[in-house]
Design a protein around this ligand. Sequence first.
Ligand SMILES: Cc1cc2nc3c(=O)[nH]c(=O)nc-3n(C[C@H](O)[C@H](O)[C@H](O)COP(=O)(O)OP(=O)(O)OC[C@H]3O[C@@H](n4cnc5c(N)ncnc54)[C@H](O)[C@@H]3O)c2cc1C
Length: 464
Amino acid sequence: MEIHWHRSDLRATDNTGLVAAEGEVMPVFVFDDGVLRYGSPPRVAFMLDALAELREWYRERGGDLYVARGDPSAVLPELAADHGVEAVHYAADHSGLARERDRAVTAALEDAGVAVHEHSDRLLHEPGSILTNDGDPYQVYTYFWKKWRDREKADPHDAPSAIADVSGEELPTLEDLGFEEPDADVPAAGMDAARDRLESFCDGPIFEYADARDDVAEGATSRLSAHLRWGTVGVREVYAATEAAMADAPDDEARESVEEFQSQLAWREFYHHVLHFSPEVVTENFKSYENPIEWRNDPDEIAAWTAGETGYPIVDAGMRQLREEGFMHNRVRMIVASFLTKDLLADWRHGYAQFREHLVDHDTANDNGGWQWAASTGTDAQPYFRIFNPMTQGERYDPDAEYVARYVPELRGVDPETVHSWHELDDETREAAAPDYPAPVVDHSERREEALAMFERARGDSEE
Ligand SMILES: Cc1cc2nc3c(=O)[nH]c(=O)nc-3n(C[C@H](O)[C@H](O)[C@H](O)COP(=O)(O)OP(=O)(O)OC[C@H]3O[C@@H](n4cnc5c(N)ncnc54)[C@H](O)[C@@H]3O)c2cc1C
């Protein structure tokens, strides 16, 4: 018998480690307090739902998911000894913390005479497999993408057939794990929900993706991020579905749209490669400036941003979507991140902490990549002088202010032109249009100048 240790791969199909195990496979999940302390209610709620479905899947096939709580470097060797297990399989993870844990677990298992197999599973192409011609990790996404796109991709794997029936503990509740119920409506978790999303997206919306992806009210993206994060769907299965859609695409425009979607999967892999080769990006700027960036970090302004009370409608709508749904549209993530770092001049780490707390799909690599991109401190980041104007972004991507009205009830019924020019109105007009909605906390044009000066000082360009 061999163990497959599930971590962020909460599925039975298209799972490399599960199919690599020889003979009967014992699927195992360990609640590890060292990892759980980085958890948050919406994320852990999604994980528990996915685990419940996974356990059910195994039970319906005569096996079980072995559940334990403790330090995996103690739990796994003991379990292996009790059941005569010869090998443990798991999917490679890329954060510094996870790799440190995996080194400790591997050492403990090998000391106990158990073989350990780490599998490439989370990504289509593992870090180290796509490098520049000089053998370095890519720092520019476009070049990475071209190589990534042209590489052959593995096919999805079948589900295992011989599953051990060893059950361990009951699944804990959120409360058992020390978490409150989430405020957000957590989306349906599990393999069935993931497959439904993938199928319905590849059945039609994928052909319009290139045009529709930035329409924030429509929200016509796949919403697969939490599933990819928790591995309730395998990335090979997702890619295979996009290739099938490519074959069915009615015209060139639709084919380009499918490729645009595939290029988002490549962004995900790009940021995982960055995290793998530069694990310090979780807390440090990727890009170094000559001088430290003098973030303003005004606590009241950061609090207004966090609460969705900045008086910039698209920013506030995004921050409220985050709290209500544990999700935010990609375009709006870019807008709120730019606003925090370039209008409020607050350190991206404040934003990253909020996203980590509230996003169901929070993923260290992507979240960090997104924040450092917006803050102009990351790999292939937005140049420091490209500062989003939150009003024109709102006008362009939410022209009817539908997205704003959905999340900011104070602005419902206010005409879109008023919504998108909120910063220019006088107090009297604002008071008449939406008395409960705040005036802008800062002046965008002034802050834009300050942001440029802040970055120029950091670059050492300033004459001050
Ligand atoms: C500040 C900021 C923080 C972010 N934090 C996260 C995060 O914690 N977790 C996360 O998965 N994504 C994050 N993203 C990327 C992106 O916003 C989400 O992946 C996307 O909104 C999820 O919706 P979707 O599944 O409908 O995306 P789709 O548009 O349908 O894209 C399909 C998949 O591609 C990947 N993807 C798409 N865009 C990106 C991107 N820019 N970078 C990396 N991968 C991408 C995701 O896995 C996504 O599920 C962040 C972006 C920004 C600007």
